[in-house]
Ligand binder design. Sequence first.
Ligand SMILES: Cc1cc2nc3c(=O)[nH]c(=O)nc-3n(C[C@H](O)[C@H](O)[C@H](O)COP(=O)(O)O)c2cc1C
Length: 205
Amino acid sequence: MIRVSKEGILALEKLDRTKLVNSLSGYKSAVLIGTQNQAGANNLAIFSSVVHIGANPPLMGIVQRPASVERHTYENIKASGVFTINHVPIAFYEAAHQTSARYPREISEFEACGFTPVFSETISAPYVAESPLRIGLKLEEEIEIKSNQTILLIGSIQELFVAHQLAENENHIDLSSLNTLLVQGLDTYYKVEKMATLPYAKFAK
Ligand SMILES: Cc1cc2nc3c(=O)[nH]c(=O)nc-3n(C[C@H](O)[C@H](O)[C@H](O)COP(=O)(O)O)c2cc1C
């Protein structure tokens, strides 16, 4: 094994360090966060830091980079109190990646990158029509991470939309059958292959 020290990591060029450290937490779903500003302009941005917070109440979180520069997703979530999380079909990986570019506030990444906004009756943030699994959330809590000023935004799930009818006991939405995108770090995308579903592990063996 090759040891890389903390000093070695800190000595890297900014972009190299960002890429290396970002790759360490592994594969994650690459999702598109849909928001709308007060003027009615839609915004879309790729995020990978989606975390499950809890099931009752149903909560999910996203980690937002520090608000030291213009952050449209963050501004819109704060102002509107809602956002959508949209899983991305693998065919759209390049378009999804492109949403990370810094577009001016008045330009919608939906149009610029080739996605279609759709709305529900309950959430004023746009969903992505191309997405086979869409989740609508209401902002509940904002927690600043003191170590680096990133922000954990916690939302409560108001509704979700799935591309197929859920079977009676289907309590697990199989993303591999929906063919959605994974990412490691900030630039390397993957497809999923399902391995197994195991029974609940009850007793020590
Ligand atoms: C693969 C990938 C994953 C990303 N994940 C996050 C993330 O979890 N949190 C974040 O704040 N930015 C993330 N970004 C960066 C945002 O997409 C980028 O800052 C974007 O410009 C934000 O747009 P906005 O200003 O419209 O919110 C990611 C970028 C890429 C390419």
